[in-house]
Design a protein around this ligand. Structure first.
Ligand SMILES: [Zn+2]
Length: 507
């Protein structure tokens, strides 16, 4: 009897404690409001921030705003210089006079192709020294999920053949597939002189983060190649005859690429990082990282005119940046502070190629093994009023956690939707991927694309702040569940095998 009573008493105590914790969580969640969201997005996506390009003075202003708010909210600085963590980038201007491409066959017949008559920079980061490598010859249509065989590609220059007369290839997808397979450089063989003439590759303001080793992509006029090296014709024709993606090493063939620069400026650009320390003496050494990119594209978007030259990026990603601040405020509420520590990581350079998150994952300001999960947010203020897409649910038990939290907080009126765009492979294309490939399970909250995506019309007045407040409250409750759970989140084994450190060949 005594034992039963004691159990009953304990149960009542526990449920009282639970009820108390829930009430505290609701009070903290209630600090996430429609009016706060509207006010913050108006600041971050204001014309005075200039579209937050990386680098820019507007990006710096936004970073200072975030740091000031982190301080006001009472976050512990968790960058390398207070709240800031800076990384180096270079902005360069191509010098055609010091740029060239030389191709040599097995018999050492070689020809040099000059910029911009016969060769052009097409995409990606330029190499800044002369590179001579063996050639791998590839052809076919590369899609978002294409993987090239590293054994054939790694350390070589990939000479890529498609039929430009039929369709110009997706250069970005070729670059990603080539980089993942470890290519030193990509050369596109352009078999259409008028398409080559129209190619308008980057020549000024070519930007690259020092820590990201993407290979350059150079386009070469194929008619010039086969005229100078007739032996190349048969191999190129064979590569073009297949639509399936195929790569073969071309032993004895080499390419020497030189890309020279007339101007080369270095900048240091910021990530902004703050922390709410956990309350549990043991678990506070573990972290939930909540991330969003705060940069946008400056003036490089659709619909820019002389009258309106600023891409405000209200949804992309004024919304996620605002969510970081609102979540920081809620988690810093003394009544709701969770057992694990919460790390707020606002990154720059996302629009340029995930620079800030890549740098953070390579140079984490807490032990990376201590980061138990990442919640990433991009585009939260548009589309569905009653649901949010959560990407990555199938890869770890975080999926079950967010589903459970959404049901328990039904009153928010936010349902969880699975990935609506599986062919876009969003899991592999945003900042959270830099956490995932380093072993950290992730959830990515997004309302996805809309007609104002990367257009001058992605403006603050289009944000649905009321709906967004409910979405951010759901993210808060999800974060709280992760940060208070006794066990750290677990990968699904098959996903872990496929995702974690798989792409170790990235240069
Ligand atoms: Zn974005």
């Amino acid at each position: 009897m005594m034992r039963t009573l004691a159990l009953v008493a304990a149960t009542i105590l526990v449920s009282r404690a639970d009820a108390g914790a829930q009430a505290a969580a609701s009070r903290a969640a209630a600090t996430i409001t429609e009016s706060d969201i509207r006010r913050r997005i108006d600041i971050i996506a204001h014309d005075s921030m200039g579209g937050r390009d990386t680098p820019s003075s507007g990006l710096e202003s936004t970073a200072r705003y975030l740091a000031r708010e982190f301080e006001r909210i009472g976050l512990r600085p968790a960058g390398t210089d207070g709240y800031f963590q800076r990384y180096g980038i270079r902005i360069r201007t191509l010098d055609p006079a010091r740029s060239s491409l030389t191709i040599a066959d097995q018999a050492a017949t070689s020809a040099t192709f000059r910029f911009p008559v016969d060769a052009k920079l097409a995409f990606g980061a330029p190499v800044d020294t002369v590179t001579t490598r063996e050639l791998a010859l590839g052809g076919g249509t590369i899609g978002p999920s294409t993987e090239l065989d590293p054994a054939a590609v790694s350390g070589r220059i990939l000479y890529w053949v498609t039929d430009w007369r039929r369709q110009a290839p997706n250069v970005g997808q070729i670059l990603i597939a080539a980089a993942n397979a470890g290519a030193a450089l990509v050369v596109l063989s352009v078999n259409d002189d008028s398409a080559f003439a129209r190619l308008n590759g980057p020549t000024r303001g070519i930007a690259i983060a020092e820590s990201v080793g993407w290979p350059a992509v150079i386009a070469v006029r194929e008619s010039a190649v086969v005229t100078a090296i007739p032996a190349a014709q048969a191999s190129i024709d064979a590569a073009r005859s297949t639509r399936e993606v195929r790569v073969v090493p071309a032993p004895g063939w080499t390419i020497t690429a030189a890309v020279g620069f007339a101007e080369d400026r270095r900048h240091e650009v910021p990530n902004v990082v703050g922390m709410v320390p956990g309350t549990d003496p043991t678990l506070r050494g573990e972290y939930l990282a909540i991330s969003a990119h705060f940069d946008h594209v400056g003036s490089r978007c659709r619909g820019v005119t002389a009258a309106d030259s600023i891409c405000n990026g209200a949804d992309d990603n004024g919304s996620g940046t605002t969510a970081i601040l609102e979540l920081a405020e809620a988690f810093a509420n003394p009544a709701a502070r969770p057992k694990r520590s919460i790390l707020f990581v606002a990154v720059s350079g996302e629009e340029r190629g995930l620079w800030g998150s890549e740098y953070y994952a390579k140079h984490p300001t807490v032990p990376i093994d201590g980061i138990v999960a990442n919640i990433n947010m991009d585009h939260l203020g548009r589309n569905w009023r009653d649901s949010i897409v959560v990407i990555g649910r199938e890869h770890s038990d975080l999926g079950a956690t967010v589903d459970r939290v959404a049901v328990a907080n039904r009153d928010l009126g936010v349902g969880v939707l699975p990935d609506q765009w599986p062919d876009q492979r969003i899991y592999f294309r945003s900042d959270h991927y830099n956490f995932a490939r380093n072993g950290i399970p992730i959830l990515f909250f997004t309302n996805g694309f809309h007609p104002d995506y990367h257009a001058v019309t992605d403006s603050p007045d289009k944000i649905d702040a009321e709906k967004m407040a409910r979405v951010v409250r759901l993210i808060f409750q999800t974060g709280l569940a992760i940060a208070n759970h006794p066990e750290r989140p677990r990968w699904n084994p098959e996903s872990e095998r496929q995702i974690v450190r798989r792409r170790s060949t990235i240069p």
